[in-house]
Design a protein around this ligand. Structure first.
Ligand SMILES: [Zn+2]
Length: 320
């Protein structure tokens, strides 16, 4: 049940991850959306985490196939989408971190993070940035009938409540938490800042409270750590919320400032059965996600993959 955090395995992938993180680093007063570079890039993933190994079926790496969900702890986020599964807590009492679904079926989940920091909100207020809402991407997902999972920050929901409601009430999609403020949960997290341990559970809950306020019927009890940064202490701190943390096994590089063709090629080359792909719908450095999405979806479908939501993969891993 235990293994080390799966770090990006190539330099390119690591750089791509850094670029992903830059999406949420816009508060430092740099001149443009793309100018914010991660700091020293110090390792933010402190290991000691219960993470399924890449390439192994989640049924063996994440949760026993026969396992059922643990009783919800007191204070847990209510799963108000019926039949959505979470993973049971591990023997150490920590939530297992989900990176991919079972490898036996050709199903891939596309995920979109809705990043927003206080600094990004400042850029909107001062007119330095026009928008952090990729409406063209959303239109393509709907036109192509692509199921998708969104991880929204509370600040993004505050900024775009109507858009958040539209996504969270669309049966094509499901929505989960990406923290309130997009600060890091472990280490320096590439300059994202750090959430004090005592505030971590509240950071996880805040987007759910907002999604409830906009009547987001398709909200699921999952959480994506900002920057993917976590450690054992963070997992312990968020355990009372009852969420299943969701990472990824395919980095799209969409926040790398690269072209849509390159993003699509990256995803299509790496996607395999059960993959979870991380992308963004919050523009900024991820300005070209929309240019890639049609190629990604058509390419995956041409290869025989079914595009599904994360809850479909978690459900399969949990033995539904
Ligand atoms: Zn993010």
């Amino acid at each position: 049940m235990t293994s080390s955090f799966r770090r990006p395995r190539t330099a390119a992938a690591f750089l791509a991850l850094l670029a992903v993180l830059a999406t949420g680093c816009s508060g430092g007063g740099s001149g443009s959306d793309d100018a914010d570079k991660p700091g020293a890039g110090a390792p933010a993933h402190n290991g000691n985490s219960s993470v399924p190994s890449d390439g192994s079926p989640a049924a063996s790496g994440t949760a026993p196939a026969s396992a059922s969900s643990s009783p919800a702890p007191a204070g847990a986020i209510g799963a108000w989408t019926p039949n959505v599964r979470t993973l049971p807590l591990g023997p150490d009492g920590l939530p297992p971190v989900f990176t991919n679904g079972p490898r036996d079926k050709p199903r891939v989940a596309l995920t979109f993070d809705s990043d927003m920091t206080a600094g990004m909100q400042d850029r909107l207020r001062t007119g330095k940035t026009a928008s952090y809402d990729n409406t063209a991407l959303l239109a393509d997902l709907r036109r192509l009938k692509v199921p998708a999972t969104f991880f929204m920050t509370g600040l993004w929901i505050d900024t775009y409540p109507q858009e958040a409601r539209g996504i969270a009430t669309d049966p094509l999609f499901e929505v989960a938490s990406h923290s309130l403020t997009h600060r890091g949960f472990a280490g320096t997290c590439y300059g994202l800042g750090h959430v004090p341990t005592g505030e971590m559970a509240a950071e996880v809950r805040a987007p759910f409270e907002r999604l409830r306020a906009v009547q987001g019927a398709h909200t699921v009890p999952y959480f994506r750590f900002p920057g993917g940064c976590y450690d054992k202490e963070a997992l312990k701190a968020i355990a009372p919320t009852g969420v299943t943390p969701i990472q990824w096994d395919v980095i799209s590089t969409d926040a790398d400032g690269t072209t849509g063709d390159k993003i699509a090629a990256t995803v299509l080359a790496q996607a395999k059965n059960g993959s979870v792909v991380v992308m963004h719908n919050s523009l900024g450095p991820a300005a070209h996600t929309g240019d890639a999405i049609v190629k990604i979806v058509e390419g995956l479908r041409a290869k025989g993959f079914e595009v599904v939501r994360v809850s479909d993969l978690v459900g399969a891993a949990a033995g539904r």
